[in-house]
Each structure stands twice: as C-alpha cells, then as structure tokens.
Design a protein around this ligand. Structure first.
Ligand SMILES: Nc1ncnc2c1ncn2[C@@H]1O[C@H](COP(=O)(O)OP(=O)(O)O)[C@@H](O)[C@H]1O
Ligand SMILES: O=C(OP(=O)(O)O)[C@H](O)COP(=O)(O)O
Length: 496
C-alpha cells in the first residue's frame, strides 16, 4: 500500500505576502508528485520541488492565487499517514531545513576523521563556577555521541559569555566534568582554541576521543568573523558540524567563517530538531499568538520587537527591557537598566503597536531594589515612578495579574528573557509566576515555546521545563527565526 496524502492547496495558504513562498510540512515527507496550476488571472508560477528531500519546496513567483494538489508520502518509514501534519505556508525566501545533516554522514565517512563541532555551551555558572543549568550541555550530547560511536575525533568549540579578551572567569574548563559524565568519555581540555599546543592535542586524539577547545571569544577575531582566524580554526579538522542553534543567528568565525574552509559542513541533530520544531510552530502559529520578551540583552532584542509586531497579537514586555520604554515616555526610571540610544526606537515601537492593533503590555508595577544584589532592600513601586537610587529588578504583583489574564486568551506563546533578576530569590516572583502560567496553559493545549539560556534556566529552576511544548536552546536565535530572518550559521551549511 502506498502511503499517500493529497493536499489541496488553497488560496488561503498563501496569505497576503505571496510574491515568493515556501510550503513546509510539520513532519518530514517525500513528494511523490505535484501539480500546481496558477490561477488563470495571474502571472505564471515558478515552482521547484526537491524530492526526495524531507521538505517540500515550492517557490511561487508573483502568484497570489493558486490551485492544485500535492501528493506526498512520509519520508521516514516509521511515520504513518496519521503523523503527517498540516502543510504550512510561510513567506521565507529559502528553506532553512534544506541542509545536510550529520546523520547523512556514516561510519565510513567519519571513522578517524577530525570533526570540528561548534556547540553552544554558553551555560550559566554561579560565583563558584558551578553550572546552574546544564540544559545546553545535555542538548549537545546526541551529536557528539553519534560522532564518538562512528569513531570520529571530536573537536568541540564554543563560546561562554561575552568576554573582552582572555578572561579566566569565562573559561570553559568548569564544564569538562559534566561533559565527560554525560558523554561517558574523558573529555580533554585545551588551553586555547588555536595554536601549536592545540594542533598537538588534536594529533594525539584517538578515534572516539573528545577535545574541548577554550572559549573562542577570547579572540576578538571570532565575533568579527575574521577569515584568518576562521582558517586557523578550520585547519584543525577535516569536516565541520554546527550544532550551536543558540548561536546560529551570529555570523562569527566558528559558526559561519569556518564553513568556507571545511567541507562537508553539516547541521547537527540539535540544530535540526530546533529548526524542525520552531519553523513549523512560529511560521503558522495558532492564534491569538503572544510573545513575551524580557531579559537584559536589550539592544539585541529591542530590534526584534518591530518584526514581532507583524506576527503577534499580543506582546508582553518585562525584565530589563521595559525601562527604555518608560524613559522614552518621560517617566522616572531611577538607576534601572536603560539603553539611551534606543529611546526613539521605543517610542516608535509603541506607536507602531497601536497602529497595528497589537496589544503591547508593559508592567504597571515593579519590584525595585536599592542595589543590584541578592540582599538588597526591595519595595513594590509603580513602574512609571521609580525613586532615585532605586532600580527595577522584577515585575510587580499587579503586572503578574494583568499579564496572566492577557495570556489566558492565547493559543501560542513564545517566551524569551526572564521577567526579572530571577537569580536573586527576592526578584524571582515575576519570572516564576509567568513560568507557572505557561505550564498551566500548556496543559490546556496552548503551544508554549521557551527560548534562551537564562529563560530556560528559570523554567528549569521551578521544575516546569517538561510541562512546556518546546524548550529551545536559543533565545535570540528563536526570536530571529520568528522574525522570518535567515540564520547565518544555518545558511552557511551545505545544501542537502
Ligand atoms: N530588570 C532587570 N534588570 C537587569 N537585569 C535583568 C532584569 N530582568 C532580568 N534581568 C537579567 O536578564 C538576564 C537574562 O537575559 P537574556 O540573556 O536576555 O535572556 P536569555 O538568556 O533567556 O535570552 C538574567 O541574568 C536576569 O538576571
Ligand atoms: O546565550 C545565547 O543567546 P540567548 O541569550 O539569546 O539565548 C547564545 O549563547 C548567544 O550568545 P550571544 O547573545 O552572546 O551571542
């Protein structure tokens, strides 16, 4: 029996932005035949399919109306027709998932080969260098284990934090014991990520051995995507795997530059898993669709808000993000975190939200502190009037209530960035309340996606991670995907 499903393509798959489009299935399928007829009133279409690739790829050209049928069959034999989900349209010019996967490399391709694996081991550490959330390390394990089992020599590269030059507190050394434990092999550590000593350590690596390089961001050339630095990294290995989804939105030497000098350059299993889930969930979300944005990376995330306003029905802002908005409205923000050069942008975003009919909710009250410390004195104050010398470190009880009520109306929620400095118990209530709310809504069938190192750590801390629909290892990366942006770390990989 041929497992086959006929999908009628209707007009409404295309939406208003149909100049170019891509159809993507929520699970891998193989196209067995396709027939698409342009509406007679419209310009001819261009369509391209790439069977037997898991993703159906049809490009539309200037074609707002389309009628036709696509026949497809599950790509993996263990999937039955029942698991073939809906087909989504999303207006990305290119498909992110059409990339070669590490799974396509077999033992014969990998045995004895030096594989440069970019992972995102940017995990939170406490003052004593204990890992406070190992989610990103655990997420990196399947790809590394696969390479070990295939007899490859595994060279792991990552960044940690945002060091300025060599700063011991950003060393990756404290991660070695946990990594070794999870991989069940003794992971060797290099003191550098390039240079003679590293070359020697790589040459001593046996098949199935693992070497962790020191923080690639100890070199400013990493973030500058310096070609000479990328060449030096690439010279350590024979092939490249990028499994660092959390850093895929950065065009850095170890995520993008190296792909010019190392072939094949393929996606790891985590990268694949994240893209498979997120592209499907955020490209065609169940509505109403809400985004919650907080945290401290204000300058990175404030830019994302503009694009989010095109996609979401509701936008909740918390964390360090909000004070730039309050200051822009002329309110007193005390010594709270503010990005002075983003004040105009904040004003523009509030106007844009209004014009688009998107509910942009800012907290009405905050928990203010007299210093940035766990033992600070604290009090709840209106968000629009923070006394001099005080700083807002969490959202207040009224805000928790109004945010919770607003979220009750939604069907899809993406959350990036904690509501407050949750690392200090006194300022963790807002983040914890939102985590609990999302867990409650997940149980009622709402799709809940949590992205970002610290956001995931916060959800893990309250023991609710397994209640969410998807825990993503990338905050900024998942937001950029949601914006419809291409991720440079993915784009640079070999096409399947
Ligand atoms: N009001 C605030 N002022 C300063 N820092 C904050 C505030 N609220 C949250 N933070 C901090 O933001 C950090 C996380 O931000 P970010 O890196 O943007 O999130 P993620 O890692 O989830 O993407 C946390 O360490 C938290 O303490
Ligand atoms: O923690 C990360 O991003 P995230 O906080 O947006 O999830 C990634 O490791 C990327 O780090 P970067 O934002 O310093 O480039």
């Amino acid at each position: 029996m041929i497992l086959r499903n006929m999908l009628p393509i209707r007009n409404n798959f295309l939406g208003p932005r149909s100049a170019h489009g891509v159809l993507q299935t929520t699970v891998p399928v193989k196209v067995v035949e396709w027939k698409v007829e342009p509406h007679p009133d419209n310009a001819p279409s261009v369509f391209l399919a790439k069977p037997p690739h898991p993703t159906l790829f049809i490009q539309f050209s200037n074609l707002p109306l389309l009628h036709g049928l696509i026949a497809f069959t599950p790509f993996y034999s263990h999937l039955d027709l029942h698991t073939v989900g809906s087909i989504n349209y999303y207006p990305f010019p290119e498909i992110l998932c059409l990339k070669k996967s590490v799974g396509s490399l077999k033992e014969a391709d990998l045995k004895g080969k030096r594989v440069f694996v970019r992972v995102d081991l940017n995990v939170p550490l406490d003052d004593n260098f204990n890992i406070t959330d190992d989610n990103r390390i655990r997420a990196a394990v399947p790809t590394i284990k696969y390479l070990i089992d295939c007899g490859a020599k595994v060279i792991l590269a990552s960044h940690l934090g945002r060091p300025k030059g060599v700063m011991p507190k950003f060393s990756l050394k404290p991660l070695v014991p946990r990594l070794s434990e999870l991989l069940e092999v003794e992971v060797k550590m290099a003191n550098d990520c390039i240079g003679e000593e590293v070359v020697k350590l790589v040459s001593e690596l046996p098949g199935g051995g693992v070497l962790l390089l020191e923080n690639v961001r100890f070199y400013k050339e990493e973030e500058k995507n310096d070609p000479e630095f990328a060449k030096k990294l690439a010279s350590l290995a024979d092939l490249y795997v990028n499994d660092a989804f959390g850093t895929a939105h950065r065009a850095h030497a170890s995520t993008e530059g190296v792909t010019k000098y190392l072939k094949p350059a393929v996606a790891g299993f985590l990268m694949q898993k994240e893209l498979d889930y997120l592209v499907g969930a955020v490209s065609n979300p169940k509505k109403p669709f809400a985004a919650i944005v907080g945290g401290s990376k204000v300058s990175t995330k404030i830019g994302v808000i503009e694009s989010l306003l095109e996609k979401v029905d509701l936008l909740l802002l918390g964390g360090g993000m909000i004070f730039t908005f309050y200051k822009a409205q002329g309110h007193a923000v005390g010594s709270s975190l503010v990005e002075e050069d983003k004040l105009d942008l904040a004003t523009l975003l509030m106007e844009k939200a209004k014009a688009k009919g998107v509910s942009l909710l800012l907290p009405s009250d905050v928990v203010a502190a007299d210093k940035f410390a766990a033992d600070a004195n604290s009090k709840v104050v209106p968000a629009s009037g923070i006394p001099d010398g005080w700083m807002g470190l969490d959202i207040g009880p009224d805000s928790i209530k109004s945010f919770s009520e607003a979220l009750d109306t939604t069907k899809t929620i993406i959350w990036n960035g904690p509501m407050g400095v949750f690392e200090f118990d006194k300022f963790a209530a807002g983040t914890e309340a939102i985590a609990k709310k999302l867990a409650e809504l997940s149980a009622k069938g709402v799709t809940t996606i949590i992205g970002g190192g610290d956001s995931v750590a916060a959800v893990e801390k309250v023991g609710l991670a397994d209640k969410m629909s998807h825990i993503s290892t990338g905050g900024g990366a998942s937001l950029e995907l949601l914006e419809g942006k291409q991720l440079p770390g993915v784009l640079a990989l070999d096409d399947a």
